[in-house]
Design a protein around this ligand. Structure first.
Ligand SMILES: Nc1nc2c(ncn2[C@@H]2O[C@H](COP(=O)(O)OP(=O)(O)OP(=O)(O)O)[C@@H](O)[C@H]2O)c(=O)[nH]1
Ligand SMILES: [Mg+2]
Length: 314
């Protein structure tokens, strides 16, 4: 009896094994059928179409490789510019450390650093650091600005809102020079006019400062265009001829905001930096998604090309 039971178990195992082999054989036959169908299908497609698809594929891959090779990392440099005493260095420390480091003196060298903004440190999600450069406002040191312009993602132009009127002309001249620089215009580098020192009640409002700067730049525009072309140091002219100058006419985005480097009320300048220099992880993911979509679109195009009715066939 026991021997019979053993034979039964053995027979059951053989049966299962045989079923497994037969299903594998079926799968193999199916795969062969599909591959022969695919080959047949490819033979039906006119060769020109296949060559065109391959050429497009190679060309696009080549293009993608080139773009990857030559794509510069997103600029993350923000330049702090403005007249001497407008509060750039204090602002620099507020952005970096969240404290004002009282007792700043006139800067003789650009003050630069790469760091995560103090206000961003406590937030969730990975935030990239910003490269901040505080360019001295002294007229002889301003040329240093040009060294950093090629990598600039944005320019903050600090204005002393307390002592604005006596400095209005000088501030307008400096701002005019920045707004007419070829690299600023061509690369459309955004500029934030930051009316600083608003902690004092006697500080002028940002609207007042904007209007005064526009008026002054309008005058400058007229006087500078009167100079013979050979003497004009500026690369571009500003605004629309025949119309009073307004910052809206600039090709790059020019906005006006208020701040106090002393009290740490710097949310508007932080927002400007976030908008223009910090590429968050989510943004990077979005870029990756766009690339993936591009590749999918390409493959879909090629698939449709294959599906297209083949001329020359009955
Ligand atoms: N009340 C007030 N004073 C400020 C503020 N920001 C800066 N100051 C003062 O303004 C003076 C100049 O500030 P800095 O930051 O050294 O100015 P800067 O623009 O770096 O000047 P340069 O280095 O010469 O180009 C200092 O005495 C600061 O304490 C502010 O928001 N409010
Ligand atoms: Mg300084």
């Amino acid at each position: 009896m026991e021997g019979l039971e053993q034979w039964k178990v053995l027979a059951e195992q053989w049966k299962k094994q045989a079923e497994k082999w037969s299903s594998q054989a079926l799968e193999h036959i199916q795969a062969e059928k599909w591959s022969s169908q695919a080959l047949e299908y490819i033979h039906q497609v006119p060769p020109e179409q296949i060559y065109a698809a391959i050429a497009i594929l190679i060309f696009t891959s080549f293009l993608l490789i080139l773009v990857r090779l030559f794509k510069r990392p997103k600029a993350n440099t923000i330049l702090l510019s403005g007249l001497s005493g407008s509060g750039k260095t204090l602002l620099f420390y507020q952005l970096r450390d969240g404290s004002s480091h009282q007792g700043t003196v006139t800067s003789m060298e650009p003050n630069e650093g790469t760091f995560v903004l103090h206000s961003e440190k406590s937030k969730n999600g990975k935030v990239n650091p910003v490269h901040l450069v505080d360019v001295p406002g002294h007229s002889r040191l301003r040329a240093k600005l040009d060294d950093f312009l090629p990598q600039a993602a944005g320019i903050v132009f600090a204005v002393d809102a307390l002592e604005f009127l006596p400095n209005c002309r000088a501030a307008s001249e400096y701002l005019y020079d920045i707004l007419t620089k070829a690299s600023v215009v061509r690369k459309k580098i955004p500029v934030l006019i930051l009316c600083n020192k608003t902690d004092k009640v006697t500080a002028h409002s940002k609207e007042f400062i904007r209007k005064q700067l526009e008026k002054e730049i309008d005058k400058l525009r007229a006087s500078r265009s009167a100079i013979s072309a050979a003497d004009i140091a500026n690369d571009f002219t500003l605004g629309v001829p025949g119309e009073p100058f307004s910052f809206h006419q600039c090709q790059n985005k020019v906005t006006v905001a208020e701040a106090s480097g002393l009290t740490g009320d710097i949310s508007q300048v932080e927002q400007f930096i976030r908008d223009h220099a910090l590429e968050r992880e989510e943004e990077k993911a979005r870029h990756r998604y766009t690339n993936a979509c591009f590749c999918c679109g390409l493959s879909e195009y090629l698939r449709r090309g294959m599906d297209a009715p083949s001329y020359g066939q009955p």
